[in-house]
Structures are given as C-alpha cells and as structure tokens.
Design a protein around this ligand. Structure first.
Ligand SMILES: [Zn+2]
Length: 137
C-alpha cells in the first residue's frame, strides 16, 4: 500500500504542469496588417511584408482570408485589395488565427516551421526547431 501524503500529491501535480515560458523570453510577435478602407474596398498595404515575416505563400493566406471573411480578394503589387469594406480589427484577428494555426509550432511555440503537402488536400506543419509534425485542418 503506497499512500502518498497530501504534500507529495501536490508536488507531483505541480511537476506535471508544463512551464508557461520556455525561459529565453524570446517571443515571436505576430505581425499586423496595415490597412485602410476606400469606398467599398479594404486595402491591406503591407500584405507582402506580412507574408515574408510569417514565411508563408501569399496564396495560402489569401485563400484563408477569402474564406474566413467571405470576401473576394485581389492582389495588387505589395497590396491586397478586399472587395468589401471591413471595419473593426477583424482582419488582424484573422491574421492572428492564421499564424496560430499555420505558422506557430504547437509543441514549442516557435514560428520556425514550414508546411508540407501530403496530397489529397492534406497538409502538415513541420517545425524546424523541435521537429514536431502536426496535421493542419
Ligand atoms: Zn517546434
């Protein structure tokens, strides 16, 4: 019979809680879209820059935004034109969601990842920092 004291139980419970901050204090900052509305359109000025920062193809982010915001898009040089006036900060909320789903590693929370196509529309996120592989839905 191995009865643990309350203290021992408490201690083991604490031991299983992962540390929130990994120590380095270095955190990836999710970039923000710089945009304005013009008539019935919303124009993202730094679309190319954001894609470079998060190291993702423009096409993937465009597809995501078009679907999530239910709006037709058009690429225009560095800019992305959304064919609808979008108010509030929903565009940046969606960008954040995209980064969390398609850029940040689920295991180590680092953004050093790339997407691998598995065929049949299946993709996985591969982390270059810790080697984790996570299916993307
Ligand atoms: Zn990782």
């Amino acid at each position: 019979m191995s009865e643990k004291t309350y203290e021992q139980l408490l201690e083991s419970a604490y031991a299983t809680i992962p540390e929130k901050v990994s120590g380095s204090g270095e955190r990836f900052e999710i970039p923000k879209f710089d945009y304005f509305t013009e008539g019935t359109k919303t124009i993202i000025k730094n679309f190319s820059v954001v894609c470079e920062k998060i190291r993702r193809d423009k096409s993937i982010l465009m597809k995501f935004l078009s679907k999530e915001l239910a709006v037709p898009l058009e690429e225009q040089g560095e800019r992305l034109i959304l064919q609808r006036k979008i108010t509030g900060d929903i565009i940046n909320k969606k960008l954040e969601e995209f980064v969390n789903r398609f850029v940040i590693c689920k295991e180590c929370k680092k953004p050093d990842t790339h997407i691998q196509e598995l065929g049949h529309g299946m993709k996985q996120l591969i982390c270059e920092a810790c080697g984790a592989r996570n299916a993307i839905r």
